[in-house]
Design a protein around this ligand. Structure first.
Ligand code: ZN
Length: 255
């Protein structure tokens, strides 16, 4: 195993206090109407940032704090990848604890969580997505969930994802996406309020359109877009998914 990678393989474990809070919250919101695929919990609802039930299903899981995007990604991984069966080293860029924990519980997965700072135990490697501190072709699979819309030089980040992935490996990428138009970006828009109005959030530097496929292909990836509409309506409702969470499945040629 490569040296840099070996150092980054650690187990994400929350503090006892945070685990106790999530456990108690999971108990308080236990039910059978909804289901979180990330933690396999039956729920009576999803919650908002402050822990109250939200009227629609698009909220946080009270048990593992997954967002709709993470539940969509986990369902996608289960159905469309070999993450449950093959021995894989999986890199998650800007990791989220719910996904990190789910992956870490797979005996066949070695997990690496990359972020610019230590936001929680899910971060096992400090670094920038535009210059990932790993040797080339070292990971078998990677997740990049709602990251690229924050990165000014997204083409550099995409090239880095391609570089660290082994030939034949796969990457799952998702972003806020509008399927009916091209990407909207303007480097002159730097005011956070203006970015929020135009790109959806104050920290976003663009709003991606359907041409993200070409941006990913430009780095060498083979790309297939799995649309949110491919998820059955019953699953979408039960698992608290959004109607616009599309997934790009990218593969690096070779084997
Ligand atoms: Zn959950």
């Amino acid at each position: 195993m490569k040296t840099l990678l070996a150092r980054a393989l650690r187990s994400p474990r929350l503090s006892a206090v945070k685990r106790a809070i999530l456990w108690a919250r999971g108990l308080a919101f236990a039910g059978s109407r909804y289901r979180c695929p990330c933690c396999n919990s039956g729920l009576r609802g999803f919650v908002g940032r402050w822990g109250a039930l939200v009227p629609n299903s698009d909220g946080y899981c009270p048990r593992c704090n997954s967002k709709a995007r993470h539940r969509r990604i986990w369902l996608y991984l289960e159905e469309h990848t070999d993450v449950l069966v093959e021995d894989l080293c999986v890199l998650e860029v800007a990791p989220w604890w719910a996904l990190a924990r789910r992956l870490q519980r797979q005996p066949n997965v070695r997990y690496v969580g990359l972020d610019q700072r230590r936001t929680g135990p899910q971060v096992t490697l400090i670094g920038d997505a535009r210059s990932i501190p790993l040797e080339s072709s070292t990971v078998d699979a990677l997740l990049c969930v709602h990251v690229l819309e924050h990165v000014v030089e997204d083409q550099r980040a995409i090239a880095e994802l391609f570089r660290v992935l082994r030939p034949g490996g796969w990457a799952v990428v998702s972003v806020p996406l509008r399927l009916d138009r091209m990407t909207d970006e303007d480097p002159l828009v730097t005011d956070p309020d203006e970015r929020g109005r135009r790109f959806g959030e104050r920290g976003h530097v663009r709003f991606y359109g359907i041409d993200l496929t070409e941006r990913l292909e430009a780095s060498g990836f083979g790309v297939r877009l799995h649309r949110a509409s491919e998820v059955p309506e019953t699953v979408r409702r039960e698992c608290g998914l959004r109607e616009d969470e599309n997934v790009f499945h990218c593969t690096k040629p070779g084997a």
